[in-house]
Unconditional design. Structure first.
Length: 297
């Protein structure tokens, strides 16, 4: 059987310590409702009806998944939008932190050590590389994890049924590499990435950045954005010494092969507006909400 077809027909087992994939489907729907309808201030009962659960069941699921209740998440979104109306240009979620949602001393983050492939390695489109991949359930649906002998090289996301498209998207970036399905090799990375209890500097996650010099500079700037914060593309452009290159920065962010760990979801448009995300805008909202919960935990 073809390797990709075998992947599509195999059940995806949740990584240790992560919610079942269906939890994400429910919570992302509630987050989307809150984000789009916050002016209405939907009640817990209304949100529960949207999710197809009882109010008690939703309260427990959402709190377990995000680290804060639906009401607290709604309050954070409301404060964020209210302050953005008063202070034009304030980055998304930073307003929530500024008004007391959390403080810098309480923030957790992925402690990442990274290296970049040489320009020659990039231009070879993966020639000589062995890249191992596996699909794993995670808080944001299904994660496609890709590794090399040097560390994590790719992280993508999809919903059930989208595995083949995600794999083709990622393997197409390094067409000359040898791509091997090896879930046993990628499972420890999935467990490490999505377990906040293991986000500590004594156990750094090694990441390999494979891109152009400009792309790597942008991705390194993304790594400096703290958990629970966001930055406009223009600010990122200024930080890398290319203040007029916001459009090119946006393209580099969209090409980021190590989503979430290299936090392209923390990049926002002018005045903090959410913009497109390669793996879906709803998933971007979910990631920001999940991180907000970790920041106040």
């Amino acid at each position: 059987m073809h390797a990709q077809q075998a992947i599509l027909e195999r059940d995806v087992t949740p990584a240790p310590g992560t919610p079942h994939a269906t939890d994400y489907e429910i919570v992302r729907k509630v987050i989307e409702t809150i984000s789009l309808d916050f002016r209405h201030q939907p009640s817990l009962d209304e949100l529960a009806e949207t999710a197809g659960l009882t109010a008690t069941a939703l309260q427990k699921l959402f709190t377990r998944w995000a680290g804060l209740s639906p009401k607290a998440f709604l309050q954070a979104v409301t404060l964020d939008h209210a302050r953005r109306l008063l202070d034009q240009g304030m980055p998304l979620l930073e307003t929530s932190l500024e008004v007391g949602m959390s403080g810098p001393g309480r923030l957790h983050d992925l402690f990442v050590t990274h290296e970049a492939m040489s320009p020659g390695d990039y231009k070879s489109r993966g020639a000589g590389l062995v890249m191992r991949h596996g699909f794993h359930a995670c808080p944001f649906g299904i994660a496609l994890v890709m590794t090399t002998d040097r560390g994590l090289a790719g992280l993508a996301f999809c919903d059930p049924g989208g595995e083949r498209a995600a794999l083709e998207d990622m393997t197409g970036r390094w067409p000359n590499a040898s791509h091997v399905e090896d879930t046993a090799a990628t499972a420890p990375y999935a467990a490490r990435i999505f377990d906040p209890g293991r986000w500590r500097d004594e156990e750094p996650l090694r990441v390999v950045l494979i891109g152009t010099d400009f792309q790597v500079r942008v991705w390194e700037a993304l790594l400096r954005i703290p958990l629970g914060r966001a930055k406009p593309y223009s600010t990122i452009a200024a930080e890398i010494g290319a203040p007029k290159a916001s459009r090119a920065v946006g393209a580099a962010i969209g090409a980021n092969p190590v989503s979430f760990v290299v936090p392209c979801h923390r990049a926002v448009g002018k005045n903090g507006a959410l913009t497109g995300y390669h793996w879906g805008l709803t998933r971007k909202r979910a990631m920001l909400g999940w991180e907000a919960g970790q920041a106040v935990a």
